[in-house]
Design a protein around this ligand. Structure first.
Ligand code: CAO
Length: 435
């Protein structure tokens, strides 16, 4: 046995503090930094971490004792043999600094080796209250309240004087975690989504609070779910739409006679569908277990529409089977219905790929969020005349920036950029759509 005596380290300004929790028992195997004791003064609560890995062989304090710097509190056996008696599964747990693969496969004998490599010398190295986790200021009663509810004070933003954490701050954190559905994932485990601080903005100036509209609340949930579940990659690109736009303008007068407004968007829809036929994995969804890709042989394009009530995504069906005029009519109809709040459930369902066009408004590029369970979405930005080098001179060309965000589980980067390049190729030369 190689016994390492653990003493109370530097506890800052306090002469002695009370032990309010003994977090280990004799025979427990601990890793470096595992908490051993909780101390509480009238000003702060602090945890004493283990400076070594090993097995607890003696505990020299009890709850209610007062301890001071240098007091002996534990004996820990740091020898190799100390962990050999411990069942294999348990002994692997403390080796938390080992790579994951090693942790699950390492033979028992390797664990004490890691333990002896731990910074034994640091047992005698002064550790101040800050490094012991007492970084949050809070009264003992607030600390006790947080502890009772399993809230780590370091996750709470204090709104009291000098950032002191108050009971309302702890309550606010719990409320926000519950509302975001994060409670199940464990607010204190570190595995959940770290909450955003709750701040009383009125402390800094006048504010007004308005409830989000119904559509915004609904779309917000979908956007949030996609943002959290889908590993997004956004590929930026641009294409020369000079010829396409000239053709559009040539057709505009004829279209207007039929009551149709021709915008670049319908040409993009046709080019996208042709590219989707070339890249079936983009016109797809992942199976719920993520083990298969479901490729769709129909081409229904969702169009993000900006309405007074918020973003809506009606779907234009069978885009592959429709001409430019028919698509324009469909687009005018569904965007009109969206703005008047008259979309039916079937108008909004069955999409296979979505286009979000901000080209009529402005901007150079943006990163749209995938309309899951689809696997990709295109973002269109405003086309501008730009000088383009043709090999001998700069010529003015109409260049449209666009982006495609995609689910990296479904598409590799190479496939993503091949897709955007193909869309650009079709938009630059519409004749290719009929090949
Ligand atoms: N580059 C340059 N000009 C463009 C363009 C582009 N990429 N796209 C459209 N335009 C032009 C149109 O030609 C039109 O000009 P003219 O009247 O001179 O022909 C003008 O901009 C306005 O077009 P529009 O926006 O009315 O029509 P559209 O078919 O392009 O778009 C719709 C229809 C419903 C998509 C659009 O009105 C809309 O709601 N866009 C916002 C979508 C949105 O909010 N997306 C964000 C989602 S966040 O992820």
């Amino acid at each position: 046995m190689a016994i390492q005596q653990i003493n109370i380290p530097d506890i800052g300004d306090f002469d002695s503090v009370e032990v309010i929790e003994v977090l280990v028992s004799v025979g427990d195997v601990v890793a470096v930094d595992d908490s051993l004791l909780t101390l509480e003064s009238d000003k702060a609560t602090m945890e004493i971490p283990s400076p070594v890995a090993g097995t607890i062989t003696k505990i020299a304090v009890s709850v209610g004792d007062d301890v001071a710097e240098g007091d002996m509190v534990f004996d820990i056996d740091v020898s190799a043999s100390a962990s050999e008696d411990v069942p294999k599964e348990e002994s692997v747990v403390p080796a938390k600094e080992a790579p994951i693969a090693q942790a699950s496969t390492a033979p028992v004998a390797e664990v004490p080796k890691a333990a002896t490599q731990a910074p034994v010398a640091s047992a005698n190295k002064p550790v101040n209250a800050q490094s012991m986790g007492a970084t949050s200021h809070a009264s003992p009663s607030v600390r006790a309240f947080a502890r009772k509810l399993g809230v780590e004070l370091t996750q709470v933003t204090g709104t009291g004087p000098k950032g002191r954490v108050q009971q309302t701050d702890v309550e606010g954190l719990i409320k926000s975690v519950m509302q975001s559905g994060g409670a199940a994932s464990g607010a204190t485990s570190g595995a959940g989504i770290p909450p955003i601080a709750t701040i009383d903005f009125s402390k800094f100036g006048d504010t007004t609070t308005e409830a989000l509209g119904r559509i915004k609340k609904i779309s917000g949930k979908f956007l949030h779910a996609s943002w959290l579940n889908v590993p997004h990659v956004t590929q930026f690109d641009e294409c020369d739409i000079t010829d396409m736009d000239q053709f559009r303008k040539d057709q505009k007068a004829i279209a207007e006679k039929q009551g149709i407004k021709l915008t670049p968007l319908v040409f993009v829809m046709k080019a996208v569908v042709k590219a989707l036929q070339d890249f079936p994995s983009v016109n797809a969804s992942l199976s719920p277990d993520g083990q298969s890709i479901i490729k769709k042989q129909y081409y229904n394009i969702g169009i993000a529409v900006d309405t007074p009530n918020g973003l809506m995504v009606p779907v234009v069906k069978d885009v592959d089977k429709k001409g430019i005029y028919e698509l324009s009519r469909d687009l005018m109809e569904i965007s009109g219905k969206a703005r008047e709040g008259k979309l039916s459930a079937s108008d909004m369902s069955g999409g296979t790929f979505t286009i979000s066009s901000l080209g009529g408004i402005g901007g150079t590029q943006f990163t749209p969020i995938v309309n899951a369970p689809e696997v990709a979405i295109m973002g269109l930005s405003k086309a501008k005349m730009q000088p383009v080098w043709n090999g001998s001179e700069f010529i003015p060309r109409l260049i449209m920036p666009f982006s495609v965000s995609y689910d990296h589980r479904a598409l590799d980067g190479a496939e993503g950029v091949r897709f955007t390049t193909t869309v650009g190729k079709y938009l630059s030369d519409l004749r290719q759509l009929i090949l």
